[in-house]
Design a protein around this ligand. Sequence first.
Ligand code: HEM
Length: 312
Amino acid sequence: MPDYKPKFPNIVDITKVNNSPLPREMDLSNDESRFKTSKKTYGSPLTEYKGLSNPYIDYQSIDLLLSLQHPRSKGYDEMCFYIVGQVKEILYKGLHFELYNAREQIKENNINNTITILERAICFIKYIADTWNILSTIKPEGFNEFRDFLGTASGQLSFMYRHVEFILGNKSVKMASAHKNVPHVWPEIKKSLETPSLYDEVIFYLNRRGYKISQKAIKRDWTKTYRSQNSVKDAWLSIYKKSSSKNSEYLLAETLISFDEQFSIYRWRHFTLVKKIIGYKSGTGGSSGVEWLEKVTSHHFFPELWELRNDL
Ligand code: HEM
């Protein structure tokens, strides 16, 4: 951290922002209207707008978004921590959207769309993992300047992250229960906990395609984390025996394991960063910190795809 108390530039007068989270009204444009406008402006950008906003601000409520950064301490590094934390929440939301739709597509047996969507999900998780680069510039002394202001706030309470873990099959009634007192969040977390994951849907797909999947994998308690099953491993093994760039089931398996690989890197980088910043001190969220993270870091979502490597 620089040896310096930060100055905070004023960007938005937050007392004047329209703070509704609902989408704002906007006019549409089309090729013809855009062409007409550029004729009128002789090709230079529009700079005159009526009212108290402009369409760029309104499209994504940018003024509202940029009114939500409130570091609590005078520590230099808190702004960086705060912003990266918020950016990560939005990126988890983007990642979850892709995983949700990959699950929709495999339900409809559309394996090519599932792979295309998962390829983007891989880009998301790589990008999310890269954000640790920024946070790893924070040193223990810099972190200590604002850590107390977190109270018992911790990333483990991220409901968006929990949605990501749950849709991938890493379920936990205990971690879900942290949200049961939040009425605008809990119903969807509960639903996510109780719904078959993306991987469960992939297994149903294999079953529909005639692979012999045991009933234990088809009908189980969806609130439990997925554990490896022999019948699923056998199905994948028979797919790998016919591996080719034209075999879409094989391509799906390889896309899933690449995603899992990147997610492991994300977890590992968080774990290493935490060890570098707070050592073995307890977490703010009540856990033992690094010791607890070490356990969760080894998780794989699609275990059979890792195990079958021994047999190839
Ligand atoms: C840069 C400083 C950071 C430190 C020292 C740190 C530390 C920790 C610790 C000690 C835990 C264990 C739970 C507990 O708090 O008791 C944890 C969990 C977690 N952190 Fe961080 N963290 C940092 C940044 C972040 C950021 C920016 C995010 C993203 C918003 C994040 C997301 C998470 C998540 C999702 C978990 C739960 C992991 C799981 O359930 O598998 N962390 N963190």
